[in-house]
Structure formats: structure tokens, C-alpha cells
Design a protein around this ligand. Structure first.
Ligand SMILES: CC(=O)SCCNC(=O)CCNC(=O)[C@H](O)C(C)(C)COP(=O)(O)OP(=O)(O)OC[C@H]1O[C@@H](n2cnc3c(N)ncnc32)[C@H](O)[C@@H]1OP(=O)(O)O
Length: 587
């Protein structure tokens, strides 16, 4: 019977290609691998990428960045080798229209406690306990069970899909064809260069909307016209696709590392700090992933270049990226009142409402939450903290909190969602009002017995244990083994809804956290972050003292890292005084 249903489903898919879909194959590893091979064979999906064990030319999940921008009829992800959320999200975008993503996993009952090799490694670091139950896996299973478009296959049965999938239209087959808005983006970029006046364009888009390709297509045409294109982004990997597209369309260009040179033109990548220091001449500056660059640096870039395109990825279908809007838009309105804004909505390689994209966007909380902007009277605010197991049962709060962290801290990735849900030493603190998350802070417990035993080696830089940043950095910087042996809470991230900032909510949340930390008799509260003047003021006002400033500027933030501490015990106060006097001697 099961076999019949699977056969039927395979025959249907083989006869009439439909939208992209997730197929979950759950059971013993060898059985799941062999079933996936049968599906590939029956559907003639020869162009596929296999992640984890199961094929001769397989890749490992942590290599996923190398495969971005490539296209496959099928992606097979073997979760028996471990789950990497960022790889799942990114690689699902490599599946072509009408293709399949196949997820191989243990029996659903056993999956949350299944010890894959990555989990075993984290247990050996002391970072996870033996009996670790993955709340992220529990969350993923909930989604698999509740999404009618997911096909599920185990020895007990096969369930195709409970929703009709749209046949895939021929018109969408050309991955290099442009959508109307993408064409508009290309035209607008070219217009900016040919215009006489200074001009700016803001492009926002979700993943898979062809934003990077639009920048690449425009760059190729500008190279053809003999123009100088300057490209920057917070990280080099963000512009690989821009280069790849420009090179495809303008193959006559000579390529050396991060520079394409035409007959009388060039397109080159430079980090933000270098552009600001050297101010290379260019006809246009393209800033990709602009939301990840701090507003003061973006302003400095816009001051120096009169023709600028700021493009940024937003997570979710609409509406997010508000942090960027709120921080930067007022400046842009003043400086470039005629600037244009374009939002690329239509996916390039698949149809709007694609079931595979919808599944991962929803599972990894990359959609817009139901947060409603509220004017907050003080008395209606409540304060709660959660561990992973509670968050799985409070999906709306988790969604809002994660959305807030993603918007405020651009580098927040789907892997952070897994950390929030699974790391046993994390807490998520929230200020809420009427079911709306106003502020969130991610806390990590740091310093434990294992670290006490190796403190002298940590101080010498010979040992490091994952997950204990503060005690190890302090011990190493100040050659102070006692500081490595204390118990800390590190505030990994804190964020307040953009429209509610500067109303005391961030300070309020820190005070609540401090009260709990005192109850638990911890020694220190602390944090490490990019040291802008504003940010230091915020921490100092909350009672934290700057104990160390890094000496290397981060290329994207343009700031050095700061380490702040708030001593809670008598012993901690003495240690902090010692660290600060040592710091004074050094400076
Ligand atoms: C480890 C980390 O996560 S560091 C990164 C922190 N997070 C972010 O950068 C995300 C974006 N920013 C935010 O979410 C918020 O602005 C936070 C979390 C930094 C601060 O929360 P807020 O609620 O805005 O701060 P709050 O109103 O409690 O400010 C308290 C004091 O800090 C200082 N302060 C806070 N923000 C600023 C600022 N941008 N400039 C100068 N001073 C500031 C002020 O002294 C303020 O007191 P005042 O209002 O009496 O002048």
C-alpha cells in the first residue's frame, strides 16, 4: 500500500513537474539513503547535490557557502550527519523550480535525542549534556507534521501532499531571465550613472530575488560602457555572486582577485574602511548588504560618493529591515531627497508562494511576525525568561524575539535560532506587552568546573573551550587565572524595537537580568560588542565598566571590540579592580 502511494506520487511528479517540495524520509540511515537514491533514479534527478553521507561526490554541511548561487534538480540533506540550519536555509535556495529537497532523518520519535557526530563533538567539549534533547529538532518536527505541502515517507507509510501543487510554468525555466523589477533595478542603476546630479537608490530584497544578480548585470553593462564601478560589502563572500554574474555577462574582462578589468574600466571590491581611507575614484559605488554596515560609516560613504546604490537583504516577505529604515532613511531623505527605493518581491527561480521556500522561511522564522507596534504605558510591561524547551511551546514570542534580534543584529543567522533553542546554557529574556515583544536579550552562562581545571593553560593560550568567551578572554588578556574561574552571564545580544529605543527599555531589561544574576549568586555580568561611543554610554549607564578595548578595527563595523563587566560579588569587585589597574598600566 505504502509502496503504491509512493509509486503514484513518483509517477505524477515524473509526468507533470510541479512546484518545489520537501520530501522527508525517516527511518534507519541505510534504508533512508537507499530510498532517496530510488527517488532520484525514478524522477531522473541526475543533477543533484548530496550533503552528508550517501553519495561518492557528497559535500559536508559546513561547505555550503561554496555552493550558493548554483542550481540543482535535487538537494539531499542527510541529517544523520547533523543539522546546520544556515546550510538548510541557504541550500534550499539552490533547488531549481520543480525540483525536490530530500531530508533524511531518524525515526521522528528518536530524532530529538539522536546523537549525530556534531552533537557527540559538542558533548565531548562539555557544551552539551549527554541526555541532550534538541528542541530545534522538536520544532522542526512540529513544522514537518503541520505543513500540508511536505511529503513524508517512513516504513509506516507515505503521505504525498495534502495541497494541490501548481504545475510549473515554462516561462520560469530560464534562470538568467530577469523579472520586471529586477530589470527596473538594473535600469535605475544605469540611470544613476548617466544622470548629471548626485543620486541614490535603495534596493531591498529577500533571498533568491536576484538582488546580487541585478548588481552584477548592471556592473557588466557599466564595464561595457567604460565606467569605474566600486563595490563594497561587510564581508567579501556577500559579493561573490555579483562578480560571478558580471563575469558571465562580460567575459572579456580580465579577472584578478576581486577586480574585473575591462578595456577602459574596472569593477573592484574594497572593504569599507579602505574606501573611506583611500577614496578611490569611481562612477558609482555599490554597497551590498548595506544594513550590516553601521549607519555612521554608511553616511560617510554617501558623503564621499555622489552616486550610490545601497542594497540589502531583508528576511521575510515584507516589512522587516525596519532597523535599517529607521536608522538610515531620515539621513537619506535629507541628503538625497529624490532617492528611489525598489523592493524585489518576485522570486527569480521559482514561483511566488513556493512551498519549499515557505517551509524554511516559516521554520527558521524568516517571515514577518505578528508584532504590533505599541505605545507602551510602563505598567503593562511584563518580564519573562525562557529556555529552549519553553520557547518551542511559545512560537509567537519566539518568532517576534528572533525577528527583533535579526533586525537589530544583522549577523544573526538561522544557526542562532538553533543556539537559542538548544544550547543548555542560554536564556532568552523578554520584555513584553500584550503579547508583543518589546525588547529581547540573549544570555549565555559562562565559566564552569571544566574551565577551573584548565585555567592556567587558558591563561597561557594553550587551551580553549567553546562557549566561554568572557572567562577565557579575560584570563588570556590579563594573564589572570582567577578571572577564568568565576561564574558569568554574558549578554550575547540585546535589542529594543526600533521605535521604542531611548525610552529606558534596554536599561530596564538589564536591571531585571542583574536582579536574577544576583539571586543566582553569579560573580559577573558582562558583554563584548563593537565599541561605538553610543553603545559604551548605554552599558556604562547601566553600571558596566569598560575593561578592555581590542586593537584591531573590524572591517565592517569600523569599530574595535569592547569588553564590559559588571561585578556582582565581593571577590568579583576585587578582580575587576585588578584587571582595570592592569589595563591602565598597559595603556
Ligand atoms: C551585546 C550587544 O548586543 S551590543 C548591541 C546592542 N544592541 C543594538 O545595537 C541594537 C540596536 N539598539 C537597541 O536595540 C537599543 O538602542 C539598545 C539595546 C542599545 C539600548 O536600549 P534603549 O532602550 O534604547 O536604551 P535606554 O533607553 O534604556 O538607554 C539608557 C541610556 O543608555 C544611553 N544610550 C542608549 N542608547 C544610546 C545611544 N544610541 N546614544 C547615546 N546614548 C545612548 C543613554 O545614556 C540612555 O539614557 P538616557 O535616555 O537617560 O540618555
Amino acid at each position: 500500500m505504502t509502496q503504491n502511494k509512493l509509486d503514484q506520487w513518483l509517477n505524477q511528479r515524473a509526468q507533470e513537474p510541479v512546484q518545489r517540495q520537501l520530501l522527508v524520509i525517516s527511518g534507519e540511515p541505510d534504508w533512508a539513503i537507499s530510498q532517496a537514491q530510488t527517488v532520484l533514479y525514478r524522477l531522473k534527478l541526475t543533477c543533484h547535490l548530496w550533503v552528508g553521507e550517501g553519495a561518492a561526490d557528497n559535500i559536508q554541511a559546513n561547505q555550503y557557502r561554496q555552493y550558493l548561487g548554483r542550481e540543482y534538480q535535487a538537494l539531499i540533506y542527510n541529517a544523520f550527519d547533523g543539522l546546520r540550519a544556515s546550510a538548510l536555509a541557504a541550500l534550499s535556495g539552490a533547488v531549481l523550480q520543480s525540483g525536490l529537497m530530500i531530508l533524511l532523518c531518524p525515526d521522528l520519535q528518536e530524532w530529538p535525542t539522536y546523537q549525530d557526530p556534531q552533537k557527540a563533538q559538542r558533548i565531548s567539549y562539555g557544551y552539551l549534556s549527554q541526555a541532550s534533547h534538541s528542541h530545534f529538532v522538536a520544532w522542526l518536527i512540529q513544522r514537518i507534521n503541520n505543513d500540508p505541502a511536505v511529503a513524508f515517507y517512513s516504513k509506516e507509510g507515505f503521505n504525498g501532499t495534502n495541497v494541490p501543487l501548481l504545475p510549473f510554468s515554462e516561462a520560469l525555466q530560464h534562470s538568467l531571465s530577469k523579472t520586471a523589477t529586477q530589470q527596473k533595478a538594473v535600469d535605475s542603476i544605469l540611470n544613476i550613472v548617466s544622470a548629471e546630479k548626485p543620486d541614490a537608490l535603495v534596493i531591498t530584497a529577500d533571498r533568491g530575488r536576484g538582488k546580487s544578480s541585478a548588481l552584477g548585470i548592471a556592473s557588466a553593462q557599466l564595464l561595457e560602457q567604460g565606467k569605474e564601478v566600486l563595490l563594497c560589502a561587510p564581508v567579501v563572500s556577500a559579493v561573490e555572486q555579483v562578480f560571478a554574474m558580471a563575469k558571465t555577462l562580460y567575459p572579456r574582462a580580465e579577472e584578478s582577485r576581486l577586480t574585473l578589468t575591462g578595456a577602459h574600466s574596472s569593477m573592484s571590491f574594497q572593504p569599507v574602511d579602505r574606501i573611506l581611507a583611500e577614496q578611490p575614484v569611481a562612477d558609482i559605488l555599490l554597497v551590498d548588504e548595506a544594513a550590516a554596515i553601521p549607519a555612521p560609516l554608511l553616511k560617510a560613504l554617501c558623503e564621499r560618493y555622489s552616486k550610490v546604490v545601497l542594497s540589502t537583504t531583508i528576511h521575510g516577505y515584507e516589512g522587516s529591515g525596519r532597523g535599517f529604515e529607521i536608522r538610515f532613511k531620515p539621513y537619506l531623505r535629507e541628503k538625497h531627497p529624490n532617492h528611489d527605493t525598489l523592493h524585489l518581491l518576485q522570486p527569480i527561480r521559482w514561483q511566488q508562494g513556493d512551498p519549499l521556500e515557505a517551509f524554511w522561511f516559516s521554520c527558521l522564522l524568516m517571515t514577518k511576525s505578528r508584532y504590533q507596534q505599541v505605545a507602551v504605558p510602563n505598567e503593562s510591561i511584563s518580564y519573562q525568561w525562557f529556555r529552549g524547551k519553553e520557547l518551542v511551546h511559545s512560537p509567537e514570542l519566539l518568532h517576534q524575539a528572533f525577528e527583533l534580534l535579526v533586525n537589530a543584529h544583522y549577523q544573526t543567522t538561522p544557526d542562532d535560532l538553533v543556539r537559542i533553542l538548544d544550547a543548555p546554557d542560554q536564556r532568552l529574556y523578554l520584555l513584553t506587552s500584550d503579547g508583543n515583544v518589546l525588547a529581547a536579550a540573549q544570555i549565555n552562562w559562562e565559566g564552569n568546573k571544566a574551565l577551573d581545571e584548565i585555567a592556567t593553560e587558558v591563561v597561557k593560550g594553550k587551551r580553549r573551550v567553546k562557549g566561554h568567551l568572557l572567562p577565557q578572554r579575560l584570563g588570556f588578556i590579563f594573564k589572570d587565572a582567577a578571572s577564568t574561574k568565576q561564574r558569568y552571564w554574558r549578554i550575547v545580544r540585546i535589542a529594543v524595537q526600533p521605535e521604542l529605543q531611548h525610552q529606558g527599555l534596554g536599561g530596564k531589561l538589564l536591571r531585571q537580568i542583574e536582579a536574577d544574576a544576583r539571586d543566582l549568586k553569579l560573580d559577573f555580568l558582562g558583554s563584548s560588542f563593537a565599541a561605538s561611543e553610543d553603545m559604551l554610554k548605554f552599558w556604562q549607564k547601566a553600571g558596566y565598566q569598560l575593561v578592555h578595548l581590542g586593537d584591531k578595527k573590524d572591517a565592517s563595523s569600523g569599530e574595535v571590540s569592547a569588553l564590559v563587566l559588571n561585578p556582582l560579588s565581593k571577590k568579583a569587585k576585587q578582580i575587576q579592580t585588578r584587571l582595570i589597574s592592569f589595563s591602565d598600566q598597559l595603556s
